[in-house]
Write a protein that binds this ligand. Structure first.
Ligand SMILES: Cc1cc2nc3c(=O)[nH]c(=O)nc-3n(C[C@H](O)[C@H](O)[C@H](O)COP(=O)(O)O)c2cc1C
Ligand code: SF4
Length: 623
C-alpha cells in the first residue's frame, strides 16, 4: 500500500513568471562562503546540488556581488560583475538543473555592510551618512576570541562612508542590470534582488538609514525608487520564510497566504527534506534546532557549520557506507551523542547494544528540551531513528567495565555525558543546593533523588506516577502553574545551562539571581542566540551579576563578592550550573578489557549538542 502524501500543496508544482518549479519548497539565500575570489568552487556546487537532489523545488544562492569586489561582504561570495564569473555560474546552473531543480541567483550590493570595501580602503556607499553610533552593548557577551575573529575580517580597519550621488545610483542600477544579464547567460532561471538587512537597496528603503531630501528620500515611494528601477512586473507570487516548518508551509499555501515556502536552516539540517515528505516519512526529517551555530560563522567569514548535520559544507562526508564485516558495538549512554552514534552505526549495519542507566532515552538532551523546546524536536527525531533501526536498547541498566566486557563487544563507545560538582564553599553541600543531576531528578522524576529533600522527593514521585514527567512539553506547561521550589532561586554559573535555566525559572514567577564568575554569559551558545537569551533573561527580571565570586551559602541566602563589594542574594534554592566537566572514568576502566574504546560527547569534551553530534559522526565513520 502506498502512503498518501500529507503535504499535497507543498509538493505541488508552482510557477514564478515563466518558470515552472517542481514543488513549493524553496532554499532561501544563505551564503556558504565556499567561493575563491568570487568564483564558484566545486564545494559550493555540491552544497546546492545536495539540496536539489533532496527534492527542493527552487534553489536560491546566497548573496552574489553585483559589483564584485566593490560592495561585497566577503571575497568568498560569488561575483556577478565580470564575464569571468559566468563559467562557474553555468556549472552551478547545469548541476542544479540535472538534479531536477530551478536556480535563482541572489544579487546584492552590501552597502554599509560591505566589509571588503573597508578592507580595501573604499568608503561604504550609503543613502545617507550614518548619524549616532550603533548599540553594541550585546558584544559584552562576546569572548575575546570571537572579537578577534570578527575584527580580523576587516583587518581591524574602521569603516568610512560616502553618500550616494546620482552617478552612484545610476551605476548601482547598471550593475544590477548587467549582473542579471550574466545570470541569464549562465542559464540561471531567476534572480532575487536583495532589499533587506541594511544593504544598499534595503538602506534606501529604511527610514533610519535614508535621510535624503532628493527624489530617493522622504516618502516611501521615493525611498523605494531605487529598488523598483531594475523591476517591471507587479504581480508576483509570495514566498514565505522564517522558521517555516513543513506543516506550517503546507497550511500557508493551502490557505492561500503564500505560494511558496522557503526553509533555510531546515534545509541546512536536512537536505533530503522534500524527498522524505514525498516518501510519506516526515518523521525522518532531521530537525533544525534553531541554535544559530550556522549563522555565527558568517560573522567571521567562515563556512556555516550545522550543529545537527556535520556534512554541511562538506557533502563528501556522505554517504557513510555500509560495512561488509559488522562489529558488535556497545554504546554506553543514550544522550544525543550515544543516540546519534547508535543511529549511524546501525545504518552502517553494525550490531548495536545501547545501554542507559535511566528509564528514558535522551540524557542531557531530555533535560535541555525543558528549557529549550526546539531541542525536543531533535530528541523526538533521534528516538524515532533508534527505535526504527534494529538496535538492542537496554534502559535502567547501569554499565560497569565487567558488565560491558560480558557482552563481548568489538567496540565500546562511552557517551556518559559530563559530571556535575558542587561549589567548594561553606554551605555548598546544604540540601537546598542542587546540581544539574539532582535538579534533573526532581523535574523529571528520573535518576537519583536521594539528595532531594523529602517533600520535593514526594512531589517528584507524584509527577512520575501521573506520567507528567515523561514529557518535556507537559512539564513545561504544568510548571507554569505549579513548580515545587521556593520563590527565591540563585543560579551559580551563567553559561548556556545557567542562562537558559534562569530564564525558565523567571518565566515561572521565580525571583532569580544569576551569578557568573567571568564577564560573558551564555557561552558556548552561538552569538546571535546568546545575545537574545541574555536580553530575554533581563526582560524576565533575572538579576544578573558578572564577575561574581560565591563566598558562602546559608539556608537563606548566597553571599558573593563583585570586585571589593560583598553582596547577598536571597535563596530558598541554589542551582549550581558552573561545575560541569568532561569525565570518562568508564573508558579508563575498559582499557585492555575490550578491543576498542571511544569517548564521545560531553564525556570527552563539554560541547553540548554540537559536540555530541559531531563527535558521534567522527567515531561512526571510523567503525
Ligand atoms: C547561514 C545563513 C546565511 C544566510 N545568508 C543570507 C544571504 O546571503 N542572503 C539573505 O537574503 N539571507 C540570508 N540568510 C537568511 C535566510 O535566507 C533566511 O531568511 C533565514 O535563515 C530565516 O529562514 P529559516 O528560519 O528558514 O532559516 C542566511 C541565513 C543563514 C542561516
Ligand atoms: S546550525 Fe542550528 S540553526 Fe543552523 S541549521 Fe543547524 S540546527 Fe539549525
Amino acid at each position: 500500500m502506498t502512503r498518501k502524501p500529507a503535504f499535497p500543496h507543498l509538493l505541488a508544482p508552482g510557477t514564478i513568471g515563466p518558470v515552472t518549479v517542481p514543488n513549493r519548497v524553496v532554499l532561501p539565500a544563505m551564503d556558504m562562503n565556499l567561493c575563491a575570489d568570487g568564483e564558484i568552487e566545486q564545494e559550493d556546487i555540491e552544497h546546492f546540488v545536495a539540496r536539489a537532489a533532496g527534492g527542493t523545488g527552487l534553489i536560491i544562492t546566497g548573496c552574489c556581488a553585483v559589483a564584485y569586489p566593490v560592495g561585497c561582504a566577503s571575497t568568498k561570495e560569488p561575483g556577478l560583475s565580470e564575464d569571468r564569473f559566468i563559467p562557474g555560474l553555468r556549472a552551478l546552473a547545469d548541476a542544479v538543473h540535472a538534479a531536477g531543480s530551478k536556480l535563482c541567483v541572489q544579487m546584492t550590493h552590501h552597502g554599509k555592510i560591505a566589509r571588503i570595501d573597508t578592507v580595501e580602503g573604499r568608503p561604504l556607499l550609503v543613502p545617507s551618512a550614518p548619524s549616532g553610533s550603533a548599540d553594541l552593548s550585546a558584544l559584552a557577551d562576546n569572548t575575546s576570541d570571537e572579537m578577534r575573529k570578527m575584527a580580523a575580517v576587516t583587518g581591524g580597519k574602521q569603516a568610512t562612508y560616502r553618500e550616494a550621488t546620482q552617478d552612484d545610483i545610476d551605476w548601482v542600477v547598471r550593475c544590477f542590470a548587467s549582473a542579471a544579464r550574466r545570470v541569464r547567460a549562465a542559464g540561471g532561471d531567476a534572480v532575487e534582488i536583495h532589499c533587506a538587512h541594511g544593504y544598499i537597496l534595503g538602506g534606501f528603503l529604511s527610514r533610519a538609514d535614508n535621510k535624503r531630501t532628493d527624489g530617493y528620500g522622504g516618502a516611501l515611494a521615493n525611498r523605494a525608487r531605487l529598488a523598483v528601477e531594475v523591476k517591471k512586473a507587479v504581480s508576483i507570487p509570495v514566498i514565505t520564510v522564517g522558521r517555516v516548518l513543513p506543516e506550517v508551509g503546507e497550511k500557508a499555501i493551502a490557505e492561500g497566504r503564500a505560494d511558496f515556502a522557503a526553509m533555510g536552516r531546515q534545509l541546512l539540517a536536512d537536505p533530503e527534506l522534500v524527498n522524505k515528505l514525498a516518501a510519506g516519512t516526515p518523521e525522518n526529517v532531521r530537525p533544525c534546532i534553531n541554535c544559530y551555530v550556522c549563522v555565527q560563522e558568517n560573522f567571521w567569514d567562515d563556512t556555516p557549520i550545522c550543529a545537527v548535520n556535520p556534512a554541511l559544507g562538506n557533502e563528501k562526508l556522505l554517504p557513510l557506507s555500509p560495512v561488509s564485516t559488522p562489529k558488535h558495538v556497545v554504546i554506553v549512554g543514550a544522550g544525543p551523542g550515544g543516540l546519534e552514534v547508535a543511529r549511524l552505526a546501525a545504518e552502517r549495519r553494525h550490531r548495536i547494544t545501547l545501554l542507559d542507566k535511566t528509564d528514558r532515552l535522551g540524557g542531557t538532551l531530555w533535560f535541555a528540551s525543558l528549557t529549550t523546546p526546539d531541542n525536543q524536536r531533535l530528541l523526538n527525531w533521534l528516538k524515532v531513528q533508534v527505535e526504527r533501526l534494529d538496535i538492542d536498547i537496554r534502559l535502567n541498566t547501569e554499565a560497569t567495565a565487567a558488565s560491558i566486557a560480558a557482552l563481548n563487544p568489538d567496540v565500546v563507545v562511552v557517551a556518559t555525558g559530563a559530571v556535575r560538582g558542587r561549589p567548594g564553599v561553606p554551605g555548598g553541600d546544604l540540601p537546598h543546593v542542587h546540581t544539574g543531576d539532582t535538579l534533573r531528578a526532581l523535574m523529571t522524576g528520573s535518576g537519583d533523588v536521594s539528595q532531594v529533600p523529602p517533600l520535593l522527593r514526594t512531589i517528584a514521585k507524584l509527577g512520575k506516577l501521573s506520567g507528567i514527567t515523561r514529557s518535556p512539553a507537559a512539564i513545561r506547561t504544568v510548571t507554569r502553574r505549579f513548580l515545587p521550589m521556593g520563590k527565591n532561586v540563585v543560579v551559580i554559573g551563567g553559561s548556556l545551562v545557567g542562562l537558559e535555566l534562569s530564564e525558565f525559572l523567571a518565566e515561572r514567577g521565580r525571583n532569580v539571581t544569576l551569578l557568573e564568575e567571568g564577564q560573558q554569559l551564555g557561552v558556548p551558545m552561538a552569538m546571535p542566540r546568546r545575545w537574545t537569551a541574555v536580553r530575554h533573561a533581563s526582560e524576565h527580571g533575572v538579576t544578573i551579576h558578572r564577575h561574581a565570586t560565591v563566598q558562602r551559602i546559608t539556608k537563606q541566602d548566597v553571599e558573593f563578592r563583585v570586585a571589593d563589594k560583598t553582596m547577598t542574594a536571597p535563596a530558598n534554592m541554589v542551582v549550581v550550573a558552573s561545575k560541569v566537566s568532561a569525565q570518562a572514568s568508564l573508558a579508563e576502566a575498559l582499557e585492555g578489557a575490550v578491543p576498542e574504546v571511544h569517548v564521545i560527547g560531553d564525556a570527552a569534551e563539554v560541547d553540548y549538542i554540537q559536540g555530541a553530534i559531531h563527535s558521534a559522526w567522527k567515531v561512526a565513520a571510523k567503525l
